[in-house]
Design a protein around this ligand. Structure first.
Ligand SMILES: [Fe+2]
Length: 378
């Protein structure tokens, strides 16, 4: 995940994106320099007027624009190809991604393929306006495209696709319903907690991860209970971005490895899968990084007189947060039958072992370990 190449004696941290946030963050668009912007979004963003809000900002900056509004959830290779063709034909010098993880992923992939198709052309500036607080994609070098025919998720990790500008304006997240606020918010917590205990965690990723964790515990429930609480919305948007900064440099862990396969096989939303798995993964890792978990418990002012108590408190706190937002404690409560689960467990363990996130997990798992972890969570 990290931009820096791994090197035993050198630790690197990279944060290239210009982050603009605050009450009127969207006004940043009026200050951009460019000729033509290619806006990548989905039909809902057009319908509720968010795309218009972006267009008027660009017009005030004297930037012409075209809109690609055909991004679907889990963007397909086909959609990305269509967008890339249009992007190349338009000759845009700026790409604006407006939406949740899918639109941002699609825009990053279009830029990647456009640059590969025509290496002589200057890389367009990538400006990202997230409308959910979850992926942290506005600052990461990662995108995922789905090959629907082969039923394959294709990850692309390349410094080229790190966004140049992230505009964090909480008004764009106001339309997110409570269930999505809950699952995307738990994705943020998982990014930050996994970054903090990752084998590649460092002094800088720790700063971002700890702050993001504290913000999630302070503001996620407020967002869930009252979607119009703009202070909470803004701070969850910052938490999401900070967690992105952390994991883009440190990598993630087994919670994500297992969540990826649960999503692939049972179509469980990414954040929900992470939320359910997280307490089990903390217990799974605690032998190796129990002092780190205790540090987090301490930062959250949870009981942590002993290391054991700190670990238990953290697990309990995550469970409690889930329960307050209607997220179940077990995979069986997500509509996965015992038979389907048993039939899939071998494949899931295999996928999780191969997942890139497993390489930075603090405890090196065996396939048997993953099977056991899955059974416990079921
Ligand atoms: Fe995630």
């Amino acid at each position: 995940m990290a931009l820096a190449q791994e090197n035993d004696s050198v630790t690197q941290f990279s944060g290239r994106t210009e982050i603009c946030y605050g009450d009127n963050a969207i006004n940043t668009l009026e200050t951009l320099k460019g000729n033509h912007a290619f806006i990548v979004t989905d039909p809902f963003m057009v319908k509720i007027g968010f795309a218009d809000r972006v267009i008027s900002g660009l017009e005030r900056a004297g930037i012409s624009q075209s809109v690609f509004d055909k991004v679907e959830p889990d963007p397909s290779l086909e959609t990305v190809q269509k967008g890339t063709v249009q992007l190349l034909a338009d000759g845009a010098d700026m790409i604006i991604a407006l939406g949740g993880g899918s639109s941002i992923d699609a825009a990053k992939a279009m830029m990647f393929f456009a640059c590969k198709a025509d290496p002589t052309r200057k890389k367009p500036r990538l400006v990202v306006i997230p409308t959910t607080s979850g992926t942290g994609s506005e600052v990461t070098a990662v995108t995922v495209v789905t090959d629907t025919e082969a039923q394959l998720k294709i990850p692309i990790i390349d410094p080229l696709i790190v966004p140049d500008v992230a505009v964090l304006d909480a008004r764009f997240t106001r339309s997110v319903p409570p269930s999505v606020t809950a699952s995307t918010g738990m994705d943020v917590l998982t990014h930050a907690l996994e970054a903090f205990v990752s084998t590649r965690a460092n002094a800088f990723t720790d700063l971002y991860a700890v702050h993001a964790i504290q913000y999630v515990f302070r503001y996620l429930l407020r967002c869930y209970r009252n979607g119009d609480d703009m202070e909470a919305r803004q701070n969850m948007l910052l938490a999401s971005c900070m967690a992105g900064m952390a994991f883009n440099n440190s990598g993630l862990g087994v919670t994500h490895s297992v969540a990826h396969t649960l999503g692939g096989i049972f179509h469980i939303p990414h954040g929900t899968a992470n939320a359910v798995m997280l307490p089990y993964a903390i217990r799974f890792n605690s032998f190796d990084v129990r002092d780190r978990y205790r540090t987090i418990a301490k930062k959250l002012e949870l009981p942590c007189d002993t290391v054991e108590q700190g670990n238990e408190s953290l697990i309990e706190a995550v469970r409690w947060l889930n329960s307050q937002m209607g997220i179940p404690g077990r995979i069986r409560d997500l509509g996965v039958s015992e038979e389907d689960f048993s039939n899939a467990i071998e494949a899931m363990a295999g996928h999780a072992m191969e997942d890139a996130c497993t390489t930075t997990n603090p405890r090196r798992p065996s396939k048997r370990d993953i099977r056991q972890l899955l059974r416990q969570a079921y």
